[in-house]
Design a protein around this ligand. Structure first.
Ligand SMILES: [Zn+2]
Length: 230
């Protein structure tokens, strides 16, 4: 598992190095971004979310780090991105104010998809790996979540998993398809450590971005959406 991850990261790094081209003499005409994606870093400020069992790391900080990397990966792919927060603080002085502001941002007109980034925690410290939640009953949200979890399990060398139905504010409120990604478990000793490493965060963020793009391209192409579990 560790070796596979290392090779994957190495592959990503060398892939980047090879594809970095010298600037062209004539730049292509700028094209307007094809997609508009909302990226939400869960919690923030007074609301730290879950905390790591061994290191005490706050979920809110890791969410922001990964969300910034997701935004970067999407922007590199020519996607327009709006983030709910780019700072450590909450979006309001109280939980209610924070949710009201988050709700406003997550209903931004013209958005094609919304991605909320979180970290998980569970009493059984052996439980690990990513999860992707969609709003129960939302077909497009389910397809988006499945695209994301497929890329994540692939990147981590894990067996494929089904996206999970749920009822969360950040998947319920947006008008566009929405997914809540639990990147890993802060209760799993190795994942708690890995989730704080920038290279691991980057691999997760790029997998999430690839999943979102795969969903958007499939939905726009009129191709049948990936078959997901019933
Ligand atoms: Zn959370």
């Amino acid at each position: 598992m560790k070796n596979r991850l290392f090779l994957l990261l190495l592959g990503l790094l060398t892939g980047c190095a090879v594809s970095a081209k010298a600037p062209e003499a004539r730049e292509p005409l700028p094209t307007p971004p094809r997609w508009y994606v909302l990226v939400d870093a869960g919690h923030g400020g007074f609301d730290g979310g879950a905390s790591g069992i061994d290191t005490g790391v706050q979920e809110s900080e890791l969410n922001l780090q990964v969300a910034l990397l997701v935004a970067e990966a999407l922007e590199d792919a020519g996607v327009r991105v709006l983030m709910t927060r780019t700072e450590k603080g909450a979006l309001g002085g109280t939980k209610r104010e924070d949710m009201a502001r988050r709700g406003e941002l997550l209903t931004t007109e013209g958005a094609d998809a919304a991605v909320s980034i979180h970290m998980n925690k569970f009493s059984d410290r052996k439980v690990r790996g990513p999860m992707a939640y969609y709003q129960a009953g939302a077909k497009a949200g389910q397809a988006l979540a499945q695209c994301v979890i497929d890329r994540l399990t692939e990147a981590m060398g894990l067996k494929s998993r089904l996206a999970n139905p749920g009822n969360n504010f950040v998947t319920r409120v947006p008008a566009c398809p929405a997914v809540l990604v639990e990147c890993g478990f802060l209760s799993h000793p190795e994942e708690e450590r890995l989730l704080q490493e920038e290279a691991y965060q980057k691999a997760i963020a790029e997998a999430i971005a690839r999943g979102v793009l795969a969903y958007l391209e499939a939905s726009a192409g009129g191709e049948p959406l990936p078959e997901v579990g019933s």
